[in-house]
Design a protein around this ligand. Structure first.
Ligand SMILES: [Zn+2]
Length: 683
């Protein structure tokens, strides 16, 4: 009998829940929450398959693993390396935010479970310590994902980039002072700090080095590219929760450090998950060239907005013949799109800036960056810059070319490979970004998410599609058989497609989850990109162990939030509004910050939250339901969940004019974001 009408959604729901209950009882699970199912796993389950070993051997034959130039560069100028580099957390000293001994297993030839080209980068990023770039310029590498560069100024140290966390920044700087004391006795103070760009791994540690008070008292220059503050704070406030959850995948935060787990991020070992901070710059660079004398050292800046970061600069130091490329260039292919989720980067502008710096700073005898190790010699620097320039331009131009032939993002991703002159160069290899996902970024930049195929315009959502596909396959057992066959043939991408449907249709199907985890293992082992490996292996981990109970602690970002413009917080409140309960609730609430002596009006209209600053030019004319008087830090605590709205309203540190009830009802309209949403398992 042919069914002409699809089952009603309620019928479908009953069917699904019946199936789910059946599964749970048949598996005799103690807890029926699919997210909490634990699947035991042995190393044998996780071993590399013959197909993976074959694929990795092929990579080894494509790159010159015997080439030692990068290792020589990465070790050159070593002054000292900490023997046992572990940096404890400020909030919980029993935990380390940085742990280099954990990577002690990275030795010898690549194990079967790691792409040999990535293994090589892993070894390079393991080289850590204090290095002399050229007399007067020093770098701390391997104390965090990013580098800290120190330059001797007349009055003190000029610090370029302050790493991700207060813990790592402080530790690294102290280590440098300890080992530079002989060369520069009595100089341990900081005269200037430069943030090369608005990404957190380049400013987050700043308050570990200096306090607000020291900056004011000692006139410390804080120099950043124009737009820095806005970009640095907005990226992490509005979409921060989703990005943090996705970053757990991208950086393999929850993975073991071993040959089955996280080995490297390509760009460095990984970010330090410590306390982060920010400081408002007191000097901005907004044009090319900008000449500045910073504590007796001549700087020539190149302003490179909308490149690797929305606000960024590079600079040249004529007295040292040194070019600091920030992160515009690095010793891997970078991301036009980053898997944690971010706005697309402009490949054409990015490539153009590299050509500009190549010409502007052609007399550079040494290059150093915000990640990885330096390059010495004019000719080598020029070659490196040309190769980096053309990697992004090639991806851009060829993506657009094929886009204009009518190819879709997936087709272009499958089709484009770099020419041999670029592909065989280590500093262009896909350790961080990949051609495949960067190609999709170029497509997205011009044409957006829709590939013009109407079947993709309004497809069924994943769980519904999954259930329909499982039915089409003839049920879950048949689907699993097909997936197992694909796995046995080494067709892991197809196996993942099938099993992903099956897991979304039946999240408690242990056999499906196990095989999908094993499939992701193999995809991870074959990946040259650190983030791709971490994404696949984190997926495998969560399929086996369930979605983690907790996400990133927003409290670690408190210092950052305290420096974030208040308007961003009201915007972030607006994106937490449970609009379904806000219809007709046209409330107006005044928030008076007692410490800032500033007032803002918040009002609801059409289920949307608005805000405006109240001052002489825009005084309050509306009737307000309530006024909340509190300090700025208290307000931040409330927003990041350090204190619940009820506790706050009962606290002595704030007062309320007008209706307490209205105020409570107003705040109850805002939800707490879910920091640990499901990714490979349905929510
Ligand atoms: Zn960075």
């Amino acid at each position: 009998m042919i069914k002409n009408t699809p089952p009603s959604t309620s019928y479908q729901r009953i069917l699904n829940s019946a199936r789910f209950l059946l599964l749970c009882s048949s598996l005799l699970l103690a807890a029926c929450d699919p997210a909490s199912v634990q699947i035991s796993v042995s190393d044998g389950d996780r071993a590399a398959t013959v197909d993976t070993i074959k694929a990795n051997r092929q990579v080894a034959s494509q790159v010159d693993l015997a080439d030692q130039q990068d290792f020589e560069d990465a070790r050159r100028g070593l002054i000292a390396s900490p023997e046992h580099l572990q940096i404890p957390s400020l909030t919980d000293p029993t935990k380390n935010v940085w742990d280099m001994p954990a990577y002690g297993f990275v030795e010898g030839d690549a194990p079967d479970t790691v792409n040999p080209s990535l293994w090589r980068q892993t070894k390079l990023n393991n080289i850590h310590g204090l290095f002399e770039v050229t007399p007067g310029i020093y770098q701390l590498r391997g104390f965090d994902l990013s580098n800290m560069t120190l330059m001797k100024g007349e009055a003190g140290w000029i610090v370029v980039d302050t790493m991700t966390s207060k813990e790592t920044a402080r530790y690294a700087f102290d280590f440098a002072m300890q080992h530079l004391a002989e060369r520069y006795p009595n100089t341990t103070n900081i005269s200037s700090i430069l943030f090369t760009h608005s990404h957190i791994d380049h400013f987050g540690g700043v308050l570990g080095l200096v306090s607000q008070q020291e900056i004011a008292e000692q006139n410390i220059a804080i120099i950043a590219p124009s737009g820095f503050m806005e970009e640095a704070t907005s990226e992490n406030v509005l979409a921060g929760v989703a990005m943090s959850r996705r970053a757990v995948y991208m950086y393999g935060k929850n993975l073991a450090r071993d040959e089955f787990g996280h080995v490297d991020s390509g760009l460095g070992k990984g970010p330090a998950f410590g306390e982060v901070s920010i400081i408002e710059p007191n000097q901005l660079v907004s044009g090319t060239p900008t000449h500045l004398n910073i504590d007796g050292v001549e700087f020539q800046f190149q302003y490179t907005p909308d490149s690797e970061a929305p606000a960024e600069f590079t600079f040249y130091l004529p007295q040292y013949h040194a070019f600091a490329g920030a992160e515009v260039v690095s010793r891997n292919m970078h991301n036009l799109y980053t898997l944690r989720g971010a706005k697309i980067r402009d490949a054409l502008k990015w490539s153009g800036y590299i050509e500009q710096s190549r010409n502007l700073f052609a007399s550079a005898d040494v290059y150093f960056g915000s990640h990885h190790w330096p390059i010495w010699g004019q000719e080598r620097i020029q070659t490196f810059l040309k190769q980096q320039r053309d990697t992004y331009k090639y991806i851009h131009d060829q993506s657009v070319r094929h886009m204009n032939q009518g190819m879709t993002p997936g087709e272009i991703a499958e089709h484009i490979t770099l020419p041999a002159s670029l592909a065989t160069v280590f500093s262009n290899r896909e350790y961080y970004g990949t051609v495949k996902h960067n190609v999709r970024a170029v497509y997205q930049a011009y044409l957006g998410w829709y590939d013009a195929n109407p079947a993709h315009l309004d497809p069924l959502p994943d769980p519904q599609r999954a259930t329909a596909y499982v039915e089409l396959a003839g049920g879950s057992e048949k689907m699993l058989e097909q997936a197992q066959a694909a796995f046995n043939q080494g067709r892991y991408r197809w196996a993942a497609e099938l099993l992903n449907h099956l897991v979304f249709a039946e999240p408690s199907n242990i056999a499906a989850r196990t095989l999908l985890a094993r499939t992701y293992d193999q995809l991870g082992y074959q990946a040259e990109s650190g983030p791709w490996r971490d994404v696949y292996l984190t997926a495998a981990l969560e399929l086996r162990e369930g979605t983690p109970d907790s996400g990133i602690e927003m409290a670690a970002l408190k210092d950052l939030f305290l420096q974030t413009p208040l308007a961003n917080f009201f915007d972030s409140m607006a994106v937490r509004l449970q609009a379904e309960y806000a219809a007709d609730k046209n409330w107006q609430i005044k928030i008076h910050f007692t410490d800032l002596d500033a007032s803002h009006l918040l009002w609801l209209e059409n289920s949307v939250l608005h805000h405006r600053l109240l001052d002489d030019t825009a005084p309050l004319t509306e009737k307000v339901h309530a006024t909340l008087n509190l300090t700025h830090p208290l307000f931040i605590d409330m927003l990041i969940g350090e204190a619940g709205a009820k506790e706050m309203l009962l606290s002595d540190d704030l007062s309320i004019d007008g209706s307490k009830i209205d105020l409570l009802r107003f705040f109850s309209l805002f939800e707490k974001p879910v920091a640990n949403f499901g990714i490979v398992l349905p929510n």
